[in-house]
Design a protein. Sequence first.
Length: 392
Amino acid sequence: MDNERLYALAQRFGTPCFVFDETALAGRMRRARALVGERVRLCYSIKANPFLIPAMLELTDLLEVCSPGELAVCKALAVPADAVLFSGVNKTAEDVAHAMDAGVTRFTAESPLHVELLQSAAAARGISVSVLLRLTAGTQFGMDEGDLLRAIDHRGLTPNLRIEGLHFFAGTQRKKLSEQREELAMLRRFMDMLRAEHGFETLKLEYGPGLYFPYFANEDDADTLAPLRELADDLKRMAEATELTVEMGRFFVSPCGTYLTRVVDTKVNRGQAYAIVDGGIHHVNYLGGMMGMRAPRIDHLHAGPVAGGEPVDTMLCGSLCTTADVLVRRLPLSNLARGDVLAFRDIGAYSVTEAPALFLSRDLPRVVLLREDGAHLARDAVRASDLNTPRL
């Protein structure tokens, strides 16, 4: 997406706004699938960006849903129920029942309680559902090995559950591929032990490698698929042992989004140059580094003619009345003027939903989807004040 088009989108849709490029995403996913081969299935964790669900439904084999709200989004978008894996650490009896009534038949179990809830709901409906038991990586997620083995050894007590395999995810933004290789080796040993000692064949494995994406200006972004390319052979070998699904969100969609925000004021306080933009940390929450301390990739789109000028180290701040609203502490900018647009690259994941959007009751920004037939407004600005006003 070139800067001329981005500036035109800022003029057409206003700022602040998010722009998500579905065409670029399709190209990235085609390259990703070519790296791992057709035998490795791909799953999109929709918490990374629900606005990309329609595109990713066509580009992946499965969508991971982690809450009743995410399931409601999928229902509103007419996502087929058999394309949903209902996951999440907090599943209530109501959540499970609602998902099954919606036709969902794929679930993860993160605790013995989840096993009970799934069995009860499936039995009440006279159906059978597929279940993956999540093995903990030492966090609050998943089950301890002992609990997982008890679920397998007592699967005769859960006849409505087809316990088909395992789910494992240890974390995100992990640079050292040695960690993922160790995990895959561990999982292979665990699967062998399940077969030899518990008579259980692991038919399916859902694995989240948490591959690193380089968000910041001082990082090499020449080949952001490199981690997947380097791990591909390891994934292919695992796919020979079981049906492997690789689950990711951030790594898939990060480079396919841009955040556009306009400079509304400039000043110098005690020798420090400041630029105030109409967005802020309530819209942008780039992870993988400390907020404000590292510079993401930002393009400066000038509102008018540009003359020569020396770069000035500028602190980029948002519209919130808090000293925490610092997007970048030191960004060299030349000829910065009111009305200029700053384009934050690689904002395809999380910022649109994870930032503190309701703080100060500033409106949620528009969301624009770029498709082959042009730009489409996927969500108009949302009045945060309506959500923050008590109804007396």
